[in-house]
Design a protein around this ligand. Sequence first.
Ligand code: FMN
Ligand code: COI
Length: 423
Amino acid sequence: MLLAAAAACRSALRGRLLHTTAAAATSSSGVEGLQRRYSNLDQLEADAKHLLTPQAYGYYASGSDDQWTLRENKEALQRYRLLPRMLVDVSNVDTSTTLLGQHLASPILFAPMAQQRLCHPEGELAMARAAAASGLPYILSTMATSSIQEVSDAVAAPSAAGGAAEGLAWDPNLWFQIYVLKRRDVTEMMVNEVTRLGYKALVVTVDAPRLGNREADERNRYSLPPHLSLKNLELITKAAATTEGVATDGSKFGRHFSDLFDQQLTWDFIPWLKQASPLPVLLKGILSPDDARRAVELGVDGIILSNHGGRQLNFAPAAVDMLPSVVAAVGGRVPLLVDGAITRGTDVIKCLALGASAVLVGRPLLWALTLGGQRGVEEAVEMLRYELELSMALLGVQNVEQISSDFVIPPRGGHLDIPTAQR
Ligand SMILES: Cc1cc2nc3c(=O)[nH]c(=O)nc-3n(C[C@H](O)[C@H](O)[C@H](O)COP(=O)(O)O)c2cc1C
Ligand SMILES: CC(C)CC(=O)C(=O)O
């Protein structure tokens, strides 16, 4: 009885708030802004959870196994301290930066995340527009619920419905995340398509030869709702690689994707990809300094240190903790990016001080999209950018280039004890 009442209440709330969300996605005024309702990105999840089905929330929020790595991502960041310098003129603080020759309004990228239409009818389109309005790169996932072409069209020009809120510049910068499929011809078609459409970089995810064990998805028998599909698989080939059969009885979700992925993928893929497209190639999911060194030797243009938001190998370390040894191995030859539980301006500063050129933000953007559509995401990004600017002023730096290891104090006992060959 109580459960039924709670479910009815949740469903009513969802209906009401989804209406608000739809309005937020299309109108630039009259909607109470995220910034007025929330003080920081950590506050978004609890309310977003109420708007999502338990299946969708479980899929977005969870990590693998008992989620040690998921928790560690947050805790690792909190172990670092910042050491401010005083009496610096901080009347003008510039958060902008340059990455792979591209201008970024701040050192923040939208992490690739699959299935964004689960939380908002415009999904990836709204998210990509918010990135364009914020002057930041949007990384489209292979497993998106919008196609490569649709996302490209969505950011082509700011329209009355989908453009930037007043005062924001419009600077579309699309990147594409590649899951290498057994059907290499499909992967090749995607690479050709994004190259043709002017995407600016390729991100190859290398930490998911198979999908991690997400127990929530098993419990919830998670599956993509029937009105949604993985558009890139569907549109680019009418052949075998479709989403058919994803989790109908019990969760076959993990197994389905593991079957699609090329589990035999090795380092030979990098030279293949480098000759297949002129775009810069970054590897996402590297944690070991040896892997980072090898990637650089094979000619990658950047490395994203990541444990996939704690969704792949449980007990993998937090990416931020691996930064110092990867920095030593790479020696400044390519930019290093990092992700995992970044929600605060001070988190961004810590990563930059440890040697990253920029960070990726994941789940908080999904919560913002759920709560406020495109405008909600724009506001969430602005909250983070503003925190970054303020924290830079309090740290005593005027621009991103000035953030160095002089400003960060590692946890007592130093960094992780990495085997010597890996340093
Ligand atoms: C719902 C969800 C879907 C994701 N899908 C992808 C994906 O398709 N490709 C990928 O490389 N990473 C994917 N990731 C990992 C993110 O890109 C990112 O590494 C991770 O979420 C860490 O950021 P966060 O802690 O800010 O969420 C996904 C993460 C989430 C939460
Ligand atoms: C559909 C999945 C393969 C996307 C993903 O990377 C994830 O859920 O972490």
